[in-house]
Write a protein that binds this ligand. Structure first.
Ligand code: DX5
Ligand code: ZN
Length: 221
């Protein structure tokens, strides 16, 4: 699955930019509060407008403090998946339950320096794990391959029936780096600059998907 990140889109034309990635599996929307990360982007009113502008399921990545206060609102608005950061809450399970009760899938994200082991039990309450492969806050950074061991650990637990979730990766995914991520067992690839920096964003989505499929076919061969 490919999830273009609208962080790299033209914010003055978000509706058109959502339509420019026809065929994408999810539309990834980065919500930043200038506290959890040193950048400020958009919030619930913009997500509500985007939901009206596209049929692509919306994947909200909340890089915010106090996600328990805000995350359910994105689910109520109709986001398909709402991801919170493990580092931003003491009670990720309570937030996951609230997100699910409000009608969305619940995601847990971990920053590059955060180990996965303390969260393996917690992940039973989530539908997606978002492994950050850059420090959250900005698009256009370089992929950090060292985070892939976390994707591999969770892939193994999913394949052996211990967890049921999608493994998603975010940061620095492009035509080169997607292969290593696919080989680590990632299901869903977020790509910002690689999609919106391309002359044909819909074509970039299709070719990233083909690259990932090629590497995972190799993996399962
Ligand atoms: C970074 C965001 C990413 C960002 C990825 O904090 O979470 O979703 O848009 O952009 P690229 O693909 O350019 O690294
Ligand atoms: Zn993101």
């Amino acid at each position: 699955m490919i999830a273009p990140s609208i962080l790299s889109a033209d914010f003055a034309r978000l509706g058109e930019e959502a339509r420019a990635v026809r065929g994408a599996d999810w539309l990834h929307v980065d919500v930043m509060d200038a506290h959890f990360v040193p950048n400020l982007t958009l919030g619930l009113p913009v997500v509500q407008s985007l939901l009206q502008a596209t049929d692509i399921p919306i994947d909200c990545h909340l890089m915010i403090e106090n996600p328990g206060r805000w995350a359910p609102g994105y689910a109520e608005a109709g986001a398909y998946n709402v991801t919170i950061h493990a580092e931003a809450t003491d009670d990720p399970i309570a937030v996951a339950r609230d997100i699910r009760a409000a009608g969305a899938h619940a995601g847990l994200s971990i920053k590059p320096g955060t180990p996965i082991e303390p969260y393996l039990e917690v992940l039973r309450e989530f539908d997606t794990l978002l492994v950050m492969s850059v420090e959250p806050g900005f698009g256009g950074q370089s992929f950090m391959p060292e985070v892939l061991s976390k994707a591999r650990t969770v892939r193994k637990l999913v394949d052996t029936g211990h967890l049921t979730l999608l493994v998603e990766i975010d940061g620095g995914i492009n035509a080169d780096t997607i292969h290593a991520a696919a080989e680590a067992g990632v299901d869903c690839f977020v790509a910002g600059s690689a999609v919106y920096g391309a002359s044909d964003p819909a074509l970039a989505v299709a070719s990233l998907r083909a690259s990932a499929a090629e590497s995972s076919a190799h993996l399962h061969a």
